[in-house]
Design a protein around this ligand. Structure first.
Ligand SMILES: Nc1ncnc2c1ncn2[C@@H]1O[C@H](COP(=O)(O)OP(=O)(O)O)[C@@H](O)[C@H]1O
Ligand SMILES: [Mg+2]
Length: 358
């Protein structure tokens, strides 16, 4: 298997630059996920690797081979898109073998390869069906199968599960993870869904406006975000952000102390030495303990998911906090509550640059 290396890769459409000097090393057999908000350049970057878009500057290597100016067909990659794009008049078997047949591969060999892939993807019982007689998840499996039979060195996926309903998405996500374990191919997977990114990736690349914000293993991004953007993007519900400032030797964070403008009662906050007079504090909902006997926050909305509950609370300065707890019946809308948290779980960010203060 080959890895993929991007060196100072850029993309311009006319005068508009959408990818700004991306440097990235994807290891052989790695599952790499590009994640970021809509329009940040995920598909463009993937299509550049595929050879479906020209690269305006920099280089792309697959293994040791410089493929920057190599045709898509000769790059040894296969791509799976959000829309399955199966041929409606062909059976599953014919759809899966189509690419090989077009390349003049002998009939018996096509059949052997298609059968082997059908087995991996559990499609054996559907081989004679036409796409219209398949569910969305089965169609997407056929699309993946069609890519798989070509035996590519690198698999590219662009939001392959976006057209599926929630339950199927979870099933397919698990199947793709299993497929990666089984065949060990290098996979690059684009999604805007941070849960998909967290569960599938060996390595996550967080993109923002055509620039890499941070690269790392899922738990590294979760535990140690370099910026407010990554802190807010990874984790669900999103990290709470609270304004803090220093005043007369005291640290004040109205969003954490019920809006009492005189410093935090119970808990002292110590920003890192690099913090200026103002800073932003990050605190994840799952790192806040609800204090039902405390005060300072009024419960607005309660979302019960069964195992966990999300409490949306507001203090008297109208600062909002999302609090997660395990259980169902601790509070209801309108209740007065307090919070507790461990200082070790606070993140500090520069309010201007939004970079992490350490
Ligand atoms: N053919 C094109 N011409 C001009 N701009 C484009 C073209 N394709 C994409 N873009 C722009 O490039 C940016 C990145 O798009 P895209 O890679 O599709 O984002 P994502 O997949 O992350 O949602 C967007 O601002 C988009 O409008
Ligand atoms: Mg896209």
């Amino acid at each position: 298997m080959s890895g993929v290396t991007l060196t100072n890769a850029t993309k311009r459409y006319g005068s508009i630059q959408v990818i700004h000097g991306v440097n990235l090393e994807i290891e052989p057999s790695e599952f790499c996920v590009f994640v970021g908000p809509s329009g940040c350049g995920k598909s463009t970057l993937l299509r550049m690797i595929a050879g479906l878009e020209d690269t305006s500057g920099g280089t792309i290597h697959i293994g040791a081979r410089d493929v920057t100016n190599v045709d898509a067909a000769a790059r040894g990659i296969a791509m799976v898109f959000q829309s399955y794009a199966l041929y409606p008049h062909m059976s599953v078997e014919e759809n899966m073998g189509f690419g090989l047949r077009m390349n003049g591969v002998a009939k018996a060999e096509v059949k052997a390869k298609v059968d082997a892939v059908a087995k991996i993807l559990k499609l054996e019982d559907y081989m004679t069906r036409k796409p219209k007689a398949l569910s969305g998840g089965q169609r997407q499996r056929v699309a993946i199968g069609r890519a798989l039979v070509r035996g590519p060195e690198v698999f590219l996926f662009d939001e392959p599960l976006s057209n599926l309903d929630a339950e199927l998405r979870v099933d397919m996500r698990v199947e793709i993870a299993r497929l990666h374990q089984e065949i060990g191919a290098t996979m690059i997977y684009v999604t805007h869904d941070q849960v998909e990114a967290m569960t599938l990736a060996d390595k996550i690349v967080v993109l923002r406006d055509g620039v890499i914000e941070q690269v790392g293993a899922p738990m590294v991004l979760y535990n140690d975000p370099d910026s407010k953007f990554v802190g807010g993007f990874i984790g669900s519900p999103s990290m709470n952000f609270i304004d803090g400032y220093k005043k007369g030797g005291k640290v004040i964070a109205p969003g954490l102390d019920g809006g009492l403008d005189g410093g935090l009662d119970g808990q002292k906050i110590t920003p890192p030495a690099s913090a200026g007079a103002k800073f932003t504090i990050g605190l994840r909902p799952e790192h806040i303990t609800l204090d039902t006997k405390g005060a300072g926050l009024k419960v607005d909305i309660v979302e019960k998911l069964g195992g966990t509950t999300f409490v949306y609370a507001v203090n008297r300065d109208k600062n909002r906090l999302i609090i997660e707890y395990n259980g169902q019946d601790a509070v209801k809308s309108g209740d007065e509550v307090g919070i507790k948290f461990d200082h070790a779980n606070l993140y500090f960010f520069d309010p201007e640059s939004e970079r992490r203060l350490r």
